[in-house]
Design a protein around this ligand. Structure first.
Ligand code: DGL
Length: 291
């Protein structure tokens, strides 16, 4: 396969549900010319309360499926799988696979000295963020302190569309209070569902606390990697090529696939996509589906 031909293949993006849409939005902003296959494992959401072995198995199945769809790169739009499965599975696939933890940790270290991380129970238990922040601090010869809080109720609340409920606000106050007491200056969204709750967090946290959304940083890393591998869809900004650039963007397309109810995903995701997408149900083949 010539690289040039492969460059028009889509980028595979996956999450347990609608959390990865926050990464998709960043792809649309930074890489508008790229097509995407988005997979949400909605039949098995939430992942964050599952064991490492289960998470690794789910991700392995999804990567096998992604490979069969001929994607040119996979962006794990899920911190839980980035924390638990990326290092274990990366070498088994002949694909560039990117995770959120290191780009998120690096951005946090560039930003602050008192860093709070909120994430799923599985991500917090893995200690992946604390380790990555420590590594980034060593690289930059800086110092910082880290506080981590597991927030198991957030993903089910977001998946139920309860973004603005007073109950969700109460839960958020409970989770964020220890971080306010620790006087953090930076909050890392260690789960891709959490940017959907950002306005709620803003109501609770002091104004000086800055938010780090690793989505922004994983997508810049993806852009660099595509360029480096010669796999990006050419988009030149000079006037000579502006017609071709426009064509590339017009052709860019997102295909949405889920393992659960496609209608439910279409309804829920419409609030962030500003339209109701058409969504396919995907049944991972029996060899892949072990759960
Ligand atoms: N969006 C996933 C993450 O970034 C949430 C996982 C889940 O609990 O389903 O960790």
């Amino acid at each position: 396969m010539f690289l040039k031909e492969k460059s028009h293949y889509p980028i595979g993006v996956f999450d347990s549900g609608v959390g990865g849409l926050t990464v998709l939005q960043e792809i649309r902003r930074q890489l508008p010319q790229e097509s995407v296959i988005y997979f949400g494992d909605t039949a098995r959401v939430p992942w964050g309360s599952r064991s490492p072995a289960e998470i690794i198995e789910f991700v392995r199945q999804i990567l096998i499926w992604m490979q069969s769809q001929e994607v040119k790169m996979v962006v794990m739009a899920c911190n839980t799988s980035s924390a638990l499965a990326l290092d274990v599975l990366r070498d088994s696939f002949d694909l560039p696979i990117l995770g959120l933890i290191l780009p998120g940790a690096r951005a946090a270290v560039r930003n602050g000295r008192r860093i709070g991380v909120i994430a799923t129970s599985a991500t917090i238990k893995s200690n992946a963020y604390a380790q990555a922040i420590e590594e980034s601090l060593a690289e930059s010869q800086e110092q910082a302190q880290v506080w981590q809080v597991a927030c198991p109720e957030f993903v089910p609340l977001v998946e139920a569309g309860r973004i603005k409920d007073s109950y969700t606000l109460e839960v958020a106050i409970e989770y964020l209070t220890p971080l306010i007491e620790a006087d953090i200056d930076t909050l890392v969204f260690g789960c891709t569902h959490y940017p959907h709750l950002a306005s709620l967090f803003r109501q609770i946290l002091p104004d000086h606390v800055q938010f780090i959304d690793p989505a922004e940083h994983i997508v810049s890393a993806a852009a660099r990697e595509l360029e480096l591998l010669g796999l990006h869809v050419g988009l030149r900004h000079n006037s000579k090529n502006s017609k071709n650039s426009k064509k590339s963007i017009d052709r860019a397309h997102t295909r949405f696939c889920v393992s659960g109810d496609p209608e439910q995903f279409a309804q829920l995701s419409s609030r962030w996509l500003n339209k109701t997408p058409s969504v396919e149900k995907v049944t991972l083949s029996p060899v892949e589906l072990l759960s």
